[in-house]
Design a protein. Structure first.
Length: 523
């Protein structure tokens, strides 16, 4: 079994992932804080810990895997744990992970040093808010993750909506620095800062963000907002970054599109409009290319609302795809190739609020998405796929239900040269139910997928998934969830897994905790 990077009490090495004593200090400080604040609420209140302290939050999650004896696999356990310390003007976090490890592997470890090597690197970070009122400013440092505009520069590939009844229309701008979480992956060490002018100080609030990580990636973002009324505004942003692009695709070599790895720049401009009836967001980006021509991509999103009718629409397009090598129409900042050349999506919805004593709501939605893509093969080919789906839901104070159906990856045009490059076509059906009582909330969902065979010799593939969840109405301290997943090929079960977990929560004034214990039984 693969042994992951070392974890020892001083975490060894430099600040590059196996960093100095800083993670150790945070980790032991978290344990000490847990011991100090876990006992009781009254003691913490009497001592009035600190005017700068909000609360300490301890999290722990573990899953025990017990395979069926016929699978000839060992029992395994995986876990994540760590602590978040919330301050009046800051946030400190540290998490560590024990990856899924076979019991036999643990038994083979003869001393504590070998057992500590089974732990992943620590993930830690902190944020300090320097000011909040007229000139808000903050500084973050650690293994940060980034979203929003920065994520689009790293990976411009558009996603395909999976929910015909989506409620939110949020396209946030900026760098989106996020501190580590219990389930986050190890990231390079990074420094990020933000400074701005708030609405209290200016009619046009402005925010500037900057980041630099240990691998010399840079990015900056500037955004401004103008409000015409309380509910109508326009916002604009410009984001740029410096990325190291690698030639890590064998397909590029086979298509005579090799290039020398190096630093390349990319910039993204955005403008959005918000009103009670119309919301729009337009994005235009330009990427420095390892080839002669520069990459450009465009993305537009809109939502129109009128009474019970709602319409979402989006369009993505790479106008420079014909000038770049066919196998690499666009390479993002993460060195990933965007294989979607064009994508259009439409999502109309009807929403009815029923005037009954249960405050019921009925929603109906339809989703259609069409895309032109290229294959990841030695001979690159274009193909056109369609996804259509619909959903109906009803919910009130006591119960609710939802029905979903979709046809995915229907090939409209093109001829992918191999089975692996042909998108899997399937249809899916899903049902879910919700019941609320004075004591307990219960949810039940089931879904079925039927995959169309590639040719007459291909196996018929089907999947079944069930999920059951419950939580107490008056007390949110305990919740439970269980699930069953089955995969069939030619009517014979090829894999299956039963899962269950229980979450215990404690919330006091100065201390919070979340402990999740799960079991997985593949059979």
């Amino acid at each position: 079994m693969r042994i992951l990077p070392k974890f020892n009490w001083n975490f060894g090495g430099s600040l590059r992932r196996t960093s100095s004593d800083f993670p150790k200090i945070i980790f032991f400080a978290s344990i000490l804080t847990f011991l100090l604040f876990a006992p009781a609420k009254s003691f913490a209140e009497e001592q009035k810990i600190s005017p700068f302290f909000n609360f300490a939050e301890f999290k722990f999650s573990t899953t025990l895997t017990i395979p069926h004896p016929k699978l000839e696999k060992e029992k395994a356990v995986g876990a994540q744990t760590g602590l978040k310390i919330s301050l009046k003007n800051g946030d400190l976090r540290c998490f560590v992970t024990l990856p899924k490890t076979e019991f036999q592997t643990i038994k083979d470890c003869k001393n504590w040093q070998e057992r500590r090597e089974l732990l992943n690197d620590a993930r830690y970070g902190g944020k300090i808010i320097l000011s909040e009122n007229f000139f808000p400013a903050s500084v973050s440092c650690g293994m940060l993750s980034f979203s929003k505009s920065y994520a689009k520069l790293k990976n411009p590939s558009p996603s395909v909506s999976s929910n015909p009844l989506k409620k939110t229309f949020s396209l946030p701008m900026g760098l989106g620095a996020v501190l580590p979480t219990l389930s986050s992956s190890v990231q390079p060490l990074c420094f990020s800062s933000s400074i701005g002018v708030s609405e209290k100080a200016s009619r046009v609030p402005v925010t500037f963000e900057f980041l630099k990580d240990e691998n010399d990636f840079y990015a900056a973002s500037l955004r401004a907002k103008y409000s015409f009324t309380k509910f109508t505004s326009v916002e604009a942003a410009a984001t740029g970054g410096r990325f190291y692009i690698e030639n890590n695709s064998k397909v590029l070599s086979k298509n005579n599109a090799n290039f020398e790895a190096g630093w390349f720049y990319a910039a993204l401009g955005e403008i959005s409009f918000r009103s009670p009836f119309l919301k729009t967001n337009l994005r235009c980006a330009i990427h420095q290319s390892p080839y002669e021509q520069k990459y450009v991509w465009l993305k537009g999103d809109a939502r129109f609302t009128l009474g019970f009718f709602l319409l979402d629409a989006s369009y993505f397009f790479i106008p420079t795809s014909g000038k770049s090598p066919k196998v690499a129409p666009l390479i993002g900042g993460s060195s990933s190739i965007c294989r979607t050349l064009e994508q259009a999506e439409i999502n109309p919805q009807l929403q009815f609020l029923l005037n009954d004593h249960l405050s019921g709501a009925l929603r109906i939605g339809f989703l259609a998405s069409e895309a032109w893509k290229i294959t990841d093969t030695n001979k690159t080919e274009e193909y056109n796929v369609l996804k259509i789906g619909g959903a109906v839901s009803y919910e009130n104070r006591i119960f609710g239900f939802r029905t979903d159906a979709a046809l995915v990856n229907h090939l409209l045009d093109g001829n992918p040269p191999t089975k692996s490059s042909t998108p899997e076509k399937y249809y899916s059906i899903g049902e879910s139910f919700l019941m609320r009582t004075r004591l307990i909330n219960t949810s039940l969902s089931a879904s079925y997928k039927h995959y169309f065979p590639y040719d007459s010799s291909s196996a018929l593939k089907e999947t079944l998934d069930f999920d059951l969840g419950c939580s107490f109405t008056k007390s949110k301290s305990i919740s439970a969830n269980s699930g069953l997943s089955l995969v069939f090929k030619d009517k014979e079960r090829t894999s299956a897994s039963a899962d269950a977990n229980v979450t215990f929560r404690i919330q006091k004034k100065y201390f919070r905790s979340s402990v999740k214990v799960g079991i997985s039984c593949p059979f």
